[in-house]
Design a binder for this molecule. Structure first.
Ligand SMILES: CC(C)(COP(=O)(O)OP(=O)(O)OC[C@H]1O[C@@H](n2cnc3c(N)ncnc32)[C@H](O)[C@@H]1OP(=O)(O)O)[C@@H](O)C(=O)NCCC(=O)NCCS
Length: 168
């Protein structure tokens, strides 16, 4: 992150750039379309961009329902992307850290992510603690971060926002 780079909540004018960031970083439109569907469904509970003059990175969070412990506030981190020409400068990490801080401040108990443990482990995400939750994505890449002690009470099955069911 350079001093000129800042992280802020998405605005309507950022939407084409957000779509382009995901399409470019993932090499396909699935994640970009996921963001659009989450937004259309009202399930984009936190959407942050990293930008200097133009947006270069984006992170999305969406609500989860935990059938066994409905009072535990939980969300999914997905997707996260940084434009290829801006990767490996700390922007992705800054988006994760900023997002997690905002969620903790808002009283979130638990965050689930599906991704590389080498990357997400640095922020405290752990695969072991996710194995107690029945989700559509169980396995070594599903990781949990507890933001509160209450998060440790979490029990599934876990229901993701509707848009994830259409992810191809
Ligand atoms: C993953 C991604 C968002 C990281 O963004 P970034 O701005 O490059 O990340 P940072 O510069 O903060 O990198 C932090 C660390 O993660 C590592 N890293 C980057 N991408 C990684 C990946 N895909 N898997 C594992 N580690 C990764 C970096 O090497 C760096 O390690 P270091 O601090 O030990 O040097 C970015 O590479 C990207 O958009 N990738 C394509 C889309 C994608 O795979 N998204 C993740 C979905 S879970």
């Amino acid at each position: 992150m350079t001093p000129a780079m800042r992280i802020r909540i998405e605005e309507p004018a950022d939407r084409p750039a957000i779509h382009a960031i995901h399409a470019s970083a993932f090499g396909g439109k699935a994640e970009a379309e996921l963001v659009n569907r989450l937004r259309a469904d009202g399930d984009l509970s936190l959407s942050l961009i990293a930008c200097a003059e133009e947006p270069v990175g984006h992170i999305a969070f969406s609500p989860l329902i935990l059938a066994g412990t409905p009072s535990v506030k939980a969300c999914a981190l997905a997707p996260l992307a940084v434009l290829p020409s801006f990767q490996n400068r700390g922007i992705g990490s800054a988006l994760v850290e900023d997002g997690l801080q905002r969620l903790a401040d808002a009283g979130m108990d638990l965050v689930l992510v599906l991704g590389d443990p080498d990357f997400y482990g640095d922020f405290g995400f752990r695969a072991e603690s996710a194995s107690a939750l029945a989700t559509p994505y169980n396995g070594p890449y599903l990781q949990t971060l507890f933001l509160s002690e209450k998060g440790r009470e979490a029990r599934g099955p876990v229901t993701y926002a509707r848009a994830f069911a259409e992810l191809t």
